[in-house]
Ligand binder design. Structure first.
Ligand code: NAD
Length: 363
């Protein structure tokens, strides 16, 4: 199969869909890999490294689309690419179609086979191609929170881990899933006193088993949150109710019990945010203040650490890409249910229920 790696064109997106190491694996599996000129530079990979791994560099996205059996992106195809997608071509990338009718219609019109990273699902319900980005965002949430607690950044001037003789900061992590556990690991490692709140008792038991002694897993409830807000220096919002908007767990009136210069990091902002006062921000201007509390609400956090994010993402996507390339999409889907769940639009028909429902289309 000919596999095409496109350069990301969405604003401030520096990741790339395959590393030179991934190219080597594809070539070893007897596939041809075309890489668009400078596709890897944002993540620190040069054309020369791709060529050394066995890829051929092509100049334009049009050429990648024209020559490839399967194209890979990180972000969804952009409108200027819609007409380049060919009938029967496999498009393997994040698509997020349920919130994007024009793209859904464009992919239907193209007649391509569209496999979305975000709907590939394991038997236990986990989403293996979303997990790596939650890991990055979780770890990053603590770093950003710690930085914004510094006075020049508008914070209250508290060092997360304290120092000998001075007590550490208190960090509240709401949601003990992938983002939450990664945020808490970093905060615990820095020496903070960390409360982790979740509504899932089994998850709290697990957290209690695996987390260090400076992490206190607690059942999440409004009164408990209100009580902890008064103590918090940093609050990280990391809840998810699959398929729904994030619940507003911290209301504006709760900010009044917090210490001025405390920091809220709302990682769940991509699902609407779990603080009433959250609004999406960008890396260019990541924070704003409400009632003396610093808010950090960047919707695309992993983009700031493109190299780590690229490596984490491609570690997860490559095994699926190899299966699709080796077997062809039909056999790969027949033999691996996880990949079949990634099919969103096939030969003009929506094949993913939530997408069809979103736009009243046949499914
Ligand atoms: P996850 O499913 O692994 O974890 C979510 C956790 O929230 C679960 O353990 C669940 O029990 C818990 N929860 C649900 N309702 C709760 C409540 N009322 N109180 C406390 N806990 C509650 O999800 P995840 O992968 O950790 O993702 C968390 C959020 O981060 C999602 O909204 C995701 O979209 C977002 N995210 C954002 C970025 C970004 O760049 N901003 C990047 C990655 C993920």
């Amino acid at each position: 199969m000919i596999v095409g790696i496109l350069k990301e064109i969405k604003v401030l997106e520096n990741r790339v869909a395959m590393t030179p190491a991934g190219v080597e694996v594809m070539v070893h599996n007897k596939h041809t890999v075309l890489v668009e000129n400078n596709a890897g530079v944002g993540s620190g990979f040069t054309n020369e490294e791709y060529v050394a791994a066995g890829a051929t560099i092509v100049e334009t996205p049009a050429e990648v689309y024209a020559k490839s059996d399967m194209v890979m992106h990180v972000k969804e195809p952009q409108p200027q690419e819609y007409d380049m997608i060919r009938k029967d071509q496999i498009v393997f990338t994040y698509l997020h179609l349920a919130a994007d009718e024009p793209q859904t219609k464009a992919l239907m019109k193209a007649g391509s086979i569209n496999i979305a990273y975000e709907t590939i699902q394991k038997a236990d319900g986990s989403l293996p191609l979303l997990t790596p980005m939650s890991e990055v965002a979780g770890r990053m949430a603590t770093i950003q929170g710690a930085m914004h607690l510094a006075m020049p950044a508008g914070g209250r001037g508290v060092l997360l881990g304290g120092v000998p003789g001075v007590e550490p900061a208190t960090v509240i992590v709401i949601g003990g899933g992938i983002v939450g556990i990664n945020a808490a690991k970093m905060a615990c490692g820095l020496g903070a006193k960390v409360y982790m709140l979740d509504t899932n008792l089994d998850r709290l038991r697990y957290l209690s088993d695996v987390m260090p002694a400076n992490c206190i897993p607690v059942m999440s409830s409004k009164p408990k949150l209100r009580e902890l807000m008064a103590e918090a220096d940093l609050v990280i919002g990391a809840v998810l109710i699959p398929g729904a908007k994030a619940p507003k767990l911290i209301t504006r009136d709760m900010l009044s019990v917090m210490k001025k210069g405390s920091v809220l990091v709302d990682v769940a902002i991509d699902q609407g945010g779990c603080f009433e006062t959250s609004k999406a921000t960008t890396h260019a201007e990541p924070t704003y203040e409400v009632d003396g509390i610093v808010h950090y609400c960047v919707a695309n956090m992993p983009g700031a650490y493109a190299k780590t994010s690229t490596l984490a993402l491609t570690n997860a996507t490559l095994p699926y890409a190899v299966q699709i390339a080796n077997k062809g999409w039909k056999k790969a889907c027949q033999e691996n249910k996880e990949i079949a769940l990634g099919l969103n639009v096939v030969h003009g028909k929506v094949t993913f229920e939530a997408v069809a429902e979103a736009f009243g289309l046949d499914y």
